[in-house]
Design a protein around this ligand. Structure first.
Ligand code: FMN
Length: 188
């Protein structure tokens, strides 16, 4: 089959979604939705992520050098979509119902409903124009006890149902469309 050449895009390259949790300068929690997230190696596994433009999450990470990355599941999707579509510059953004706890190792807000949470400490920030590539040490992985069961990986993933995204569309673990960006938040 032939191929066509296109300008830079990552359509049809699904990515896992995370909600990054930070505290603002007054100690109030903020969460933003992110998918440019992957892994690096430096003696042990670490995390790399990219935050473009001006975002409260970025300001908070640059100031505190710590944040949480909370795996987004289908149960969390309506609120995750909202947290990705509403800027932290809106003073009312966090006036929603959200079960927020604290990291076990780092001073970071975490989502009690996320089955997997990384507690991340920034080791390097590479600034390129208005984008920042953030390299992190994983200081702790908070994981639901239920993921230690004897089920297969497939059974566990079906149960927790992580959400992927590509082409401005949310997709279930099994590939079902869960709506375009901006749609799931309408259920709130
Ligand atoms: C599905 C989805 C994925 C996103 N992924 C990223 C990302 O990887 N990097 C980024 O800079 N912004 C990303 N955003 C945009 C931020 O979530 C958005 O700017 C949000 O309002 C930031 O919240 P904050 O201002 O509280 O930090 C994404 C938005 C959506 C809807």
């Amino acid at each position: 089959m032939g191929k066509i050449s296109l300008r830079p895009n990552n359509d049809y390259c699904p990515q896992t979604l995370f909600l990054y949790g930070t505290y603002d300068e007054y100690g109030n929690p903020d969460f933003g939705l992110f998918c440019w997230f992957s892994y690096i190696w430096e003696h042990e596994m670490g995390v790399m992520c990219c935050i473009g433009g001006n975002k409260l999450t970025k300001d908070n990470i640059k100031r505190s050098k710590v944040f949480s990355a909370n795996l987004v599941t289908e149960e969390l999707l309506p609120v995750a979509d909202y947290l990705g579509c509403v800027s932290g510059d809106n003073p009312d953004k966090m006036k929603i119902t959200l079960d927020i706890g604290k990291g076990a190792v780092l001073d970071v807000p975490v989502l009690e409903k996320a089955p997997v949470v990384f507690e991340l400490e920034v080791s390097d920030i590479i600034t390129k124009g208005d984008g920042d590539i953030i390299l992190c040490k994983i200081r702790n992985v908070l994981q639901d006890e239920s993921l230690s069961s004897d089920e297969t990986v497939e059974q566990k993933l079906r149960r927790i149902a992580p959400v992927k995204t590509t082409a401005q569309t949310y997709l279930g673990y099994d590939g079902r469309s869960l709506g375009a960006w901006g749609e799931p938040m309408k259920q709130l």
